[in-house]
Every structure is written in C-alpha cells, then in structure tokens.
Design a protein around this ligand. Sequence first.
Ligand SMILES: [Zn+2]
Length: 242
Amino acid sequence: MPPRQPSDSSKGKAGVSDVYASMRASILRGEIAPGTRINIDAVSRELGVSQTPVREVLQRLEGDNLVVYSPGRGYSTTPLLDLPALRALFEFRLLVEPWAARSAAVDRLANPAAALEKELSAFRAIMEVGGELRQDLVAHDTRFHDSILAAAGNPVVRHAFAQTHCHLHTFRLYPADIDGAITVAEHSAVRDAISACLPDQAEQAMAEHIRNSFYRFSQAFEGAEDLPPLEDSGPPRRHIVD
Ligand SMILES: [Zn+2]
C-alpha cells in the first residue's frame, strides 16, 4: 500500500471512503435498523472523525437510497423493501437483464466472458476461505450484473439499472443463499452462454437466475410460499383485467 500523503485533502478522502464503507456495511447487516434516526454527532464520535465526512457520507447514502433526509428529523435509515416493492424491482430486472445478457452474447467484440470468469473465480476463492460472505456476495453480484449491462452497450439502460441500487436493497432483506454456491452456479450458466455467443441460452439463463433470486429473497416475507411466479412481461399480463 503506498504511504499516505500527509495533505489534509487526501486524509479527508480516506476518511470519507472509510466512513462510507463502515456505515453502509452497518445498514446492510441491519446493525443500524431500518427507520433509525442517525445522530451525526454520535457517529462522528464513535468513528473518531469530524462531522464533515459523516455529513458527506450521509449524502452518498441518500443517493443509494439507504438513508432519507427529512427537515426537523434529519437523516434516518430507509425502511426495508416490502413484498410489492421487491416484486416491482424484480419485474424491472426481468425486463432488462435477460435482454442485456442476449445483447452481450451477440457482440463478439464487447463479449464480457473473460471479465465474468475473472469475477467468478475471484469469488470462488473467497468462498473457499469461508467466513461471513454477505458483503463479498453483494460486491460480486453487483459487478457480475454490471459487466453484462455494460457489455449490452446501452448507457441509458445501464444507468436506469444502477439507479435501482437493487443489490443493496435486496441483500439488506435477507441473507439468501449466504454460502453463494447457488448464485455461482447460476452465474456460471449465464457466463457459459455468453461466452459461447448463444443469445437464446444467455437470455434464458439470466431470466431463470432473476426468477430464482426473486424466490430466494421473497422468503424473507411470511406467506411467500404462495406467491405467483414472476412473469416474463411484468404487469401487462396476457389477459385484459376488467
Ligand atoms: Zn446474480
């Protein structure tokens, strides 16, 4: 690691990213419960930093939709997704991501197979070490899906997907598939189809991964066993609703 520059600005930046990582992890792990008011003074004392980086971090977390600001109350953590919100999020993913996987599989130049394999082998190595995997799984899943969105070549779609912060919000719900093995198997199927430039298979493998992920995360809710499965086309269903 290079030695720290003694200037104030570099110290400030390191402070902000450390505080951001620490607070984000606490919210994701539920150590700061949903709906909790954040006391800036208490956080800065606890982390041994001034209030300035804490305020900056809270603005970043607001951009992630992990905290919300209200006048008079200040910052508090956002509530967890409820079941309709989880479903809406996965319907959006089902519209966008199988399309992205298909697009990635038909462009040999932009094909992300090498990056996907690198990502998968790095995560497999982490799994072998064992221990608490949730943060690593969130990071792996975020990068894996973003690589495919990036390769699909439509920056508007990629941005819209990133704006949902879907990984942060779903992993906040429940440690689904916490050992990561199922996720790795499903990701490998997507990677194989993209690598072989098989658009139909890539689309199918991604759709299956999204449906299965929805099912895994929905287990956080009571009565989720009776949920109807996600449909390919989202809310505009095959029959007209009277
Ligand atoms: Zn995934």
